[in-house]
Design a protein around this ligand. Structure first.
Ligand code: SF4
Ligand code: SF4
Ligand code: SF4
Length: 359
């Protein structure tokens, strides 16, 4: 098994096929490696490996993984979102209910705020001096997630927000990490107000991460609040809009074939590409793959399209059969010759003339 080096540590489940770096060799995702305080995660050529001697099970790496390729048996952030949202608690703290706040992504935080009334507080009073927060990397990741979640909540016209608590509260009881996991386990068992866990089990063959499904379900609950937020900053690290230049797109369809979440798909009659922004995780693979650089980011985010998985037609071609190679190509007027045959003729026309002269 290709993923045995991760699961051997008995701490994480690693789905090799979900990892962006196994999907596309040139992808440079390194969220999990960058945040690990113990340098326990390393890429060995194309394989992500974990050193079980170094890993402390802090779970900080999970929050950043865009595809949920890394999941832990000890803490499931998606389950936490559903349980915490159904509870009366408002404080998220590494001394109370999570192993480290870095285990939560902006998507998790937005979902919690949209599902609760009254907003939430993130307890950051223990970051300084914490073994997980080496070189302040975990704290920076947490701050970025909170800030980005706050920006997204503003776009949703959500009145409640996320507060940061920097001062140690008198109620805080220091627990070692083992004690923390025991407490988390008990708390999950004790939840009286049973949250529906159906959202944790996506339909078979679903390619988008569960945290995205939960976020979209959270947004649907407040959809009546969405209004044109003209001028708002709609660029986010976890989603991006797309556009395709119809004049240069060759209809090779590679962007759709390699999209890890099926945010891009091919029209049934093969004449174009459609896009569902609600499934996009901003991995950039489509932009990297497109040889004529026809696909690019469109930072305008339409919340209705996002929440309801609406399809946008990015490009639609009129196909004609090339007179030279007899293969269908996007026709833009003039001679019915595809770009490849035209290029070939332009570059090698001298050779054809010379060969003719020799006859
Ligand atoms: S964060 Fe996820 S997708 Fe990125 S390298 Fe790590 S396991 Fe792969
Ligand atoms: S956008 Fe680029 S990768 Fe996608 S079909 Fe067009 S040319 Fe191919
Ligand atoms: S549309 Fe592009 S950026 Fe978005 S998930 Fe697919 S490949 Fe990644």
């Amino acid at each position: 098994m290709r993923n045995e080096s991760i699961t051997a540590a008995d701490l994480f489940k690693f789905d090799y096929f979900k990892c962006l770096r196994s999907d596309y060799a040139k992808n440079e995702c390194s969220f999990c490696i960058d945040i690990c305080p113990e340098e326990a995660m390393v890429f060995d050529r194309t394989r992500l490996t974990l050193d079980p001697e170094r890993c402390t099970g802090c779970s900080a790496c999970m929050g950043g993984c865009p595809t949920e390729a890394l999941m832990s048996d000890l803490f499931d952030p998606n389950r936490f979102v559903l349980e915490f949202s159904a509870s009366k608690d408002h404080d998220i703290s590494c001394k109370e209910n999570v192993p480290c706040l870095a285990a939560l992504s902006p998507e998790h935080l937005v979902s919690i705020v949209l599902r609760k009334s009254g907003g939430i507080t993130c307890d950051l009073s223990h970051c300084e001096g914490c073994a997980i927060n080496k070189e302040n990397k975990a704290r920076e990741r947490i701050d970025d997630a909170i800030d980005e979640a706050g920006k997204f909540l503003q776009l949703c016209n959500e009145a409640n927000g996320i507060e940061k608590r920097e001062q140690v509260s008198g109620n805080d009881v220091a627990l070692d990490r083992r004690g923390m996991f025991k407490k988390l386990f008990r708390a999950a068992q004790e939840i009286q107000e049973e949250a529906s866990m159906a959202e944790l089990v996506p339909p078979e063959h679903e390619k988008q991460p569960v945290k995205r499904i939960i976020l979209k379900n959270s947004l649907k609950r407040v959809a009546e609040r969405f209004e044109a937020n003209t001028g708002a900053d709609t660029s986010f690290s976890f989603v991006v809009g797309k556009k395709i230049d119809a004049d240069t797109c060759t209809n090779c369809q590679e962007c759709a074939m390699f999209c890890p979440t099926e945010a891009l798909s091919i029209l049934k009659d093969n004449t174009g590409i459609v896009f569902q922004v609600g499934k996009c995780i901003a991995c950039g693979i489509c932009n990297d793959l497109c040889q004529p650089r026809s696909i690019s980011d469109d930072t305008h985010l339409d919340l209705v399209n996002f929440a309801f998985d609406r399809m946008e037609l990015l490009v639609k071609h009129r196909l004609e059969v090339c007179e030279e190679c007899k293969i269908a190509f996007p026709y833009r007027g003039g001679e019915k010759i595809c770009d490849r045959c035209r290029d070939y003729k332009d570059h090698f026309s001298d050779l054809f003339t010379m060969a003719k002269d020799l006859e």
